[in-house]
Design a protein around this ligand. Structure first.
Ligand SMILES: NC(=O)c1ccc[n+]([C@@H]2O[C@H](COP(=O)([O-])OP(=O)(O)OC[C@H]3O[C@@H](n4cnc5c(N)ncnc54)[C@H](O)[C@@H]3O)[C@@H](O)[C@H]2O)c1
Ligand SMILES: O=C(O)[C@H](O)CO
Length: 375
């Protein structure tokens, strides 16, 4: 059956993530196949423009579909005044870069995220920080720089209770990765009805303080939005057992960082691992830099040699769904800023699908001197 043609106005897709030529070709091939598909009402060609970060502010007003993550300031008022934009496919899981009030209020703009797409990498990063804290890698690394051979007691993961705040794509992958470690996993989520088997108890978001009180290690995997800004602070850290560990792989401003610094300085917390901080880059004056109980990574949880390939596969799958009128994977509730688990790309198992156009070009160059930002 031929569907009605609501897509005549879609003429230009603007990309703003670190694509190479073959990724753009993969998107163009997908669009070309759609124009050949008699069941999909796309009878004209669509231009695909790679704006990069350098030209995104200039080109956003010309986009009918925007795919990417603007890391530079963009004039959203100007872009929205052009009244062309209909769909934002974020190449990031976090949508704080594009869920501005005008986008949220606009009835015709749909937004989908990359939620869960980089969950294996974020889970590995979480493990790196967690193991580093327990096995005191920070302390021994400082000693290496002296150099000094010191031996100190270390801690065990086995037998601990791990609390995950926000059981979305990342939280679920972390819980899965914890399975063989003989730990008890507790979690809170906005949708506490969808409890996976690896989580012993899934509580509603409001029980966050109970989670902090029960866990030896708390891992933060919440989105940043108006409701979650600074939602973790002195009250939650005080609720933790003395000697607890805190890990943030979500967004810095979800945490009141001054309260975290105080909880570490008092010795109440044994350590913290932060991949994200309230201000990025973390200012040289931050006490987090000098605290020997802190491990810091520079927001690299989702960096991966697979990242751009995987993102482009999701983009192509969602382009097919968009033009077929099917529900988008990871379409978010714009007021909440995250998708329901039922449309999650990872939870729905779609991440296992390989796009027919997939470039499958994961290369493995030495990363030693590689300075690219893969997001
Ligand atoms: N460190 C990194 O490099 C990195 C990488 C990817 C994502 N992130 C951040 O992590 C966040 C989570 O990523 P994801 O892919 O798991 O997203 P997601 O949208 O799949 O999951 C977010 C989950 O948080 C839950 N949630 C929302 N508000 C809550 C609250 N107040 N209490 C408890 N649960 C709540 C939602 O129900 C959802 O299940 C992103 O929004 C992004 O900001 C960071
Ligand atoms: O939200 C994300 O996907 C990561 O933080 C990297 O942008």
């Amino acid at each position: 059956m031929i569907k009605p043609q609501p897509f005549e106005s879609i003429r230009r897709i603007v990309l703003c993530y670190p694509v190479e030529a073959h990724h753009r070709h993969q998107i163009e091939r997908t669009l070309a196949e759609l124009t050949d598909d008699a069941s999909i009402p796309l009878h004209h060609s669509i231009e695909v423009v790679d704006a990069g970060q350098e030209r995104i502010d200039e080109l956003l007003p010309t986009a009918d579909i925007f795919i990417g993550h603007a890391k530079v300031p963009v004039d959203w008022d100007r872009a929205l005044a052009a009244n062309r934009l209909r769909w934002i496919q974020s190449s990031a899981a976090g949508l704080d870069h594009c869920l501005v009030p005008g986008v949220i209020a606009h009835p015709q703009i749909v937004v989908s995220s990359a939620s869960g797409l980089f969950a294996p990498q974020v889970a590995e990063q979480t493990f790196a920080l967690m193991m580093g804290l327990l096995r005191r890698i920070g302390l021994f690394e400082r000693a290496r720089q002296i150099p000094e051979f010191i031996r100190r007691p270390t801690d065990d993961l086995r037998g601990k209770t791990v609390g995950i705040v926000g059981l979305g794509g990342n939280g679920r992958e972390i819980a899965k990765m914890l399975r063989p470690w003989e730990v008890r996993v507790l979690a809170t989520d906005f949708y506490p009805e969808s409890q996976p088997p690896e989580v012993a108890e899934l509580w509603p978001a409001a029980r966050v303080n109970d989670l902090f009180a029960a866990a030896d290690i708390v891992i933060l995997t919440l989105p940043l939005n108006a409701l979650t800004h600074h939602c973790i602070g002195a009250e939650q850290f005080a609720a933790m057992k003395p000697g607890g560990y805190f890990i943030n792989v979500a967004r810095g401003p979800v945490v009141d960082e001054a309260a975290l610094v105080a909880a570490l300085a008092s010795g109440h917390l044994a350590g913290a691992g932060v991949d994200v901080t309230e201000t990025e880059p973390l200012p040289p004056t931050s006490p987090l830099w000098t605290d020997p109980h802190v491990l810091i990574t520079p927001h690299v949880g989702a960096q991966s040699i697979r990242r751009v390939d995987d993102t482009t596969d999701l983009v192509c799958i969602n382009l097919r769904r968009y033009f077929a009128g099917d529900p988008l994977f990871n379409r978010v509730d714009k007021n909440l800023g995250f998708p329901h688990p039922s449309v999650s790309y990872r939870v729905a198992g779609a991440a296992a699908q390989v796009s027919p156009n997939s470039a499958a070009t994961v290369s493995n160059p030495s990363l030693q001197n590689d300075t690219r930002d893969q997001s």
